[in-house]
Ligand binder design. Structure first.
Ligand code: ATP
Ligand code: MN
Length: 471
């Protein structure tokens, strides 16, 4: 890539993207997945056997030894003048499913093992890697400690009940209790267990000892929401900080998102330029009201350069009540009064139409938020904050946690969470309790924003969604 062509002998291995040429010369575009650009291999039939040339087809893997020279053609800086080509693995052109034409994203999802061989997915996966690295870099630079919270748990953090059960009990032959229910005391862990929906509660334990921590792990939600923003298995980053209030937390989250975007712009420009073109093409085909008025890279820079708009839920409801789509009954869910849960159409109206930039909404009604959020003095709202992004809606959800034991116990009783289940959690409030806060960033939602892709299934290598668990 950055190598100066000085006729040095090199060996390149990769997969054939395209082959073209005539009886005097063959050009092979070889790609090894390290970057978007291909290496042009020039094969002269005087040097390379005709039988070998015949086996070079789209998708085949090659090892090419030759001299790296300045390219004769205008499109690339260097090319590889082949001396020896070994076809490592042939790809029967009759059967190879990827052709050098544009495939639909849906088609590619069905051949997930070949997806990374396309420009689009290899670019996305490289950006994904850069973002994973940048997440750890950001927190490491700030002195946060990375904590692995459990994947199998007994707790359902949100109390929403949308969990995947983990059991070794044979459903056909389950041990029963006297009253005919499944006897989970005979299960592997001796009780009911599930895959985690969030590492927050365990993260809080670590924060209340180490100050500033973060988790970055897989998260599982059995919610039957077949949207372009929900996966059944996704990755979440959850920082949790002792002694932070809600404003400290918003500041951290905004700095974090900007850091990640900046990192992408500084380290993934080639891939972003490719994705930017793709985004522009997709955008052209969209109806006028869904079209983005900025390009991808322009959008990323815009977010970097502007402060996020901060307002309370109450202020947002006022704006929505007075908004055109609400008055003209264009929203699917009309906002009628304070207390309404905001749907993604409302979030997107605020971000895309009203403020035209990322928005942080705070102080939601307690009824629509989780039990662990800190009650505000007004008795009606909690110290929650959601960050809403253009084209996506909620990207971050966070709060100051309720650190007062009595309040927490009262709330748990009200919504029916048995105290014995969360005694280990309540202990942080019994001994040395302190103000603390945290948030969750859905990693694939961030990826949607950074890559400009429209469907969350296309920013994770192996998407899991309702009725879909291939590979
Ligand atoms: P939403 O209302 O969009 O379903 P949520 O309120 O359920 O989100 P939280 O429980 O606050 O989300 O989770 C924290 C973050 O995790 C969200 O801000 C979002 O970025 C991400 N997230 C939540 N659910 C999913 C999902 N099913 N797939 C991918 N990311 C998700
Ligand atoms: Mn949800």
């Amino acid at each position: 890539m950055a190598t100066e062509p000085q006729e040095q002998t090199v060996c390149a291995k990769g997969w054939v993207r395209t082959k073209r040429g005539n009886k005097n010369v063959t050009f092979v575009a070889l790609n090894d997945g390290s970057c978007i650009g291909n290496l042009q291999v020039v094969a002269d039939p005087g040097t390379i056997d005709g039988e070998v040339l015949r086996k070079i087809t789209t998708g085949a893997s090659l090892s090419v030894v030759g001299k790296l020279i300045a390219s004769q053609g205008g499109k690339q800086a260097v090319e590889l003048q082949a001396e020896v080509i070994e076809v490592l693995g042939e790809a029967d052109p009759e059967e190879y499913p990827l052709q050098p034409k544009k495939h639909s994203l849906e088609f590619l999802r069905d051949i997930a093992h070949l997806r990374p061989r396309t420009n689009t997915f290899s670019a996305i996966m490289r950006v994904r890697h850069a973002m994973i690295f940048a997440v750890h870099k950001f927190f490491n630079e700030k002195g946060f400690v990375n904590v692995h919270t459990p994947i199998i748990t007994h707790s359902d953090a949100e109390g929403a009940g949308e969990t995947f059960r983990v059991t070794t009990i044979d459903p056909e032959n389950a041990p029963k209790t006297e009253d005919g229910k499944v006897d989970y005391t005979q299960d592997f862990f001796g009780k009911e267990t599930n895959l985690t929906v969030s590492g927050q509660l365990e993260g809080e334990l670590a924060a209340m000892a180490m100050g500033e921590i973060y988790t970055f792990g897989p998260t599982f939600r059995a919610e039957n929401s077949n949207t372009t923003r929900h996966l059944a298995e996704f990755w979440m980053i959850e920082p949790e900080m002792a002694f932070y209030d809600l404003v400290d937390t918003m500041d951290l989250a905004e700095e974090f998102l900007k850091y990640l975007i900046q990192y992408a712009l500084e380290n993934c420009m080639e891939d972003l330029q490719f994705l930017d073109k793709r985004f522009a093409d997709e955008n052209k085909g969209k109806p006028a009201n869904e079209r983005s008025d900025m390009g991808l890279i322009e959008k990323l820079n815009f977010v970097l350069e502007n402060d996020f708009e901060r307002l309370t839920y109450t202020e947002a409801i006022d704006i929505l009540l007075k908004s055109k789509p609400n008055k003209k009954k264009k929203f699917k869910y009309l906002i009628e009064e304070w207390g309404a849960d905001l749907q993604s159409e409302h979030e997107r109206y605020l971000v895309e139409k009203h403020f035209k930039k990322p928005v942080i909404l705070t102080d939601y009604p307690k009824e629509i938020k989780a039990f662990y959020m800190r009650h505000n003095e007004d008795g009606k709202t909690v110290a929650a904050m959601d960050i809403l992004f253009p084209g996506i809606g909620e990207i971050v959800g966070g709060s100051q946690r309720e650190e007062r034991l009595e309040n927490l116990v009262t709330l748990m009783n009200q919504i029916g969470i048995p105290q014995e289940d969360l005694d280990w959690y309540l202990d942080t409030r019994r001994f040395g309790s302190a103000q603390h806060s945290g948030f969750g960033l859905g990693f694939e939602r961030l990826m949607l924003f950074v890559t400009g892709m429209g469907n969350i299934r296309d920013v994770i290598p192996f998407p899991r969604t309702p009725k879909n668990c291939e590979f």
